[in-house]
Ligand binder design. Structure first.
Ligand SMILES: [Zn+2]
Ligand SMILES: [Zn+2]
Length: 578
């Protein structure tokens, strides 16, 4: 019962318009999340958020080709949607400096001039790529805790842990709602740089309300917790304490903190450091210039060509090649092709890495070569010299529990990882109809009431890049390369009278990688007859223009060769009009 008279004496509190503010929330703009890469694969991560004619891009990575892609250097996301919506693109934010998150940036910048936001290390790596490609961009260096605006997107960078320094998660608020993207992460309570993932902030964001969580799925199939980087530190200490010979350590060049620890351990043990491999030299130089390695005295480093002047027990070599890459420094050492390093008995070679799926075979070839040299090999499988940079299932559960999103979309994983991550979320109580497993090129469409997948919203195809250019190597070329490698090549050279179409000389057949010519003279003679027939036929029909004749020779030869040999070589007619 309100006593109005009495109440009048008090200052009336400003009306707290619960219903009105809720109403505002209810009219949030619809938005889309469009993954262009990184789903049903590990590699070329690239995700778009689109709301009210504005698009924000999160990461732009590359993938390394699958085995069947002959001669292709790298694979990047399909930028068709970006190209078609150029005027909407507001900015690119980078979670961290791994290739599967930044490797596509130069290719993106060739299409659209977009401002780039990244941590100092990631930006340094991007700068290097841009320089190589004679590109520049509007660059913004940010740090964990930075809050900034890109168009209507209000963005906050949040500290996480990963196998590279300065990995960030992002909170992205915009008229459509609130999206949290974890980036690649793990939960490390004792990381080498002391910067623990900001669980506190993630929890607050969860309290504020998150519409969609995009979360790393790489290690969802691993039980328990990913060990801390501190575990590696202990193993490295043990190796340094017990070794009197040279220590050669191979790791990922981007794992800056670990490399720093190798250097510090070496200094503690009176060892000087030689660096081998271009990417390792670049990253160490970059990290030092950006202050990631404190002030290391120049005198601890020694040029790889000068290592003969240092006693074995005073030398550490830090090298590339932890993945068995054919031209890498460690592989060259293993095969006796390194200019400055000749491996010898008792050298200790440490693989501070584990093979990325697909690389197991080449890595074990290098390891076997090292055994032949009687060097001591330390692998992650025999000693804790490597830990993963991705969260295992218990860590993922913590993030889900802190964020409690309205909708969940697993990212950064092969199909099985995405499905297992969806199951994990469902076991934690997320309703199944609020979990969305997408593929590249699909879109998650979100509004106030619901979210739904628009299948094949845009092209999510692989775009292949080789030495010649971007995307000009279509499936036809790949097929040719595959055919060449399996069935070889036949060229048919023909000289014709340009007026009458008559043969001016006997056609010439050449083969490469197809059959042993000596054993197959009959076959080649018959093939030659086919060429005569084809040309005769074409001439009688008056169709001896180059394109038509080319097609006819290819088609007739193909049919004949396949009938005789059950093989399908590449056939290249060369027609000369005289
Ligand atoms: Zn990563
Ligand atoms: Zn990644």
């Amino acid at each position: 019962m309100a006593n109005t008279d009495k109440n009048k004496r008090y200052k009336k509190p400003k009306p707290y318009r619960v219903s009105a503010s809720k109403k505002v929330n209810k009219e949030k703009a619809p938005f889309r999340i469009i993954p262009l890469g990184g789903l049903k694969e590990i590699g070329k991560n690239c995700t778009l958020i689109e709301c009210n004619d504005e698009i924000l891009i999160i990461d732009c990575g590359l993938a390394f080709p699958e085995y069947e892609m002959f001669g292709i250097d790298i694979v990047i996301p399909d930028f068709t949607y970006i190209r078609d919506n150029m005027e909407k693109i507001k900015g690119l934010i980078i979670t961290h400096g791994h290739e599967d998150h930044i490797g596509g940036v130069p290719y993106l910048l060739q299409e659209v001039n977009v401002p780039v936001y990244a941590s100092p290390l990631a930006m340094g790596m991007i700068d290097h790529k841009l320089e190589e490609n004679y590109l520049t961009c509007d660059r913004h260096v940010i740090k964990a805790g930075s809050k900034f605006r890109i168009g209507s997107f209000r963005i906050e960078a949040i500290q996480t842990n990963h196998s590279i320094a300065d990995s960030l998660a992002y909170s992205i608020k915009f008229p459509g709602g609130h999206v949290v993207h974890t980036g690649d992460f793990k939960i490390d309570y004792s990381p080498l740089d002391g910067k623990v993932i900001d669980l506190n902030r993630l929890s607050q964001l969860g309290d504020e309300g998150v519409d969609v969580l995009l979360c790393d799925s790489t290690n969802v199939m691993r039980k328990g917790y990913t060990p801390s980087e501190a575990v590696v530190r202990e193993s490295i200490d043990e190796i340094f304490d017990n070794t009197e010979s040279r220590i050669i350590i191979a790791t990922f060049a981007s794992n800056v903190h670990r490399i720093k620890y190798f250097i510090e351990s070496s200094m503690k043990h009176n060892r000087r450091i030689a660096v081998s491999g271009r990417s390792m030299e670049n990253v160490i130089a970059l990290s030092r210039s950006l202050g990631y390695m404190d002030d290391l005295p120049e005198s601890v480093f020694i040029d790889i060509s000068q290592i003969r002047n240092v006693a074995d027990r005073n030398l550490t070599i830090i090298t590339t090649g932890s993945q068995g890459e054919p031209m890498s420094a460690l592989t060259r050492m293993a095969y006796d092709n390194h200019k400055s390093v000749k491996l010898k008995k008792n050298d200790v070679v440490v693989f501070s890495s584990s093979p990325i799926p697909g690389n197991e075979k080449v890595v074990s070839q290098v390891v076997n070569k090292l055994y032949e040299k009687k060097v001591e090999v330390v692998l992650a499988s025999t000693m804790d010299v490597h830990v993963s940079g991705h969260a295992s299932s218990e860590e993922l559960k913590l993030i889900h529990t802190l964020i409690r999103p309205r909708f969940f979309m697993p990212v950064h994983g092969e199909y099985r990882h995405l499905i297992e991550h969806a199951k994990l979320s469902s076991r934690l109580g997320q309703p199944k109809n609020r979990i969305f497993v997408l593929g590249n090129g699909d879109a998650l469409e979100v509004d106030n009431r619901k979210a739904q997948i628009a299948k094949e919203f845009t092209s999510g195809e692989d775009v292949m890049v080789d030495g010649y250019g971007i995307g000009d190597v279509g499936s036809v070329v790949l097929k040719d390369r595959k055919t060449l490698s399996q069935s070889g090549l036949i060229t048919v050279s023909v000289a014709l009278d340009s007026v009458t179409g008559a043969l001016m000389a006997e056609p010439i057949l050449n083969t490469k990688g197809f059959v042993y010519v000596d054993e197959h003279q009959d076959l080649l003679r018959e093939a030659l007859n086919i060429v005569y027939n084809t040309i005769g036929k074409a001439r009688s029909q008056g169709k001896f223009d180059e394109a038509a004749l080319n097609r006819a020779i290819r088609s007739d030869m193909k049919t004949f060769i396949y009938r005789k040999t059950k093989r399908n070589p590449v056939i290249i007619p060369a027609i000369l009009y005289v």
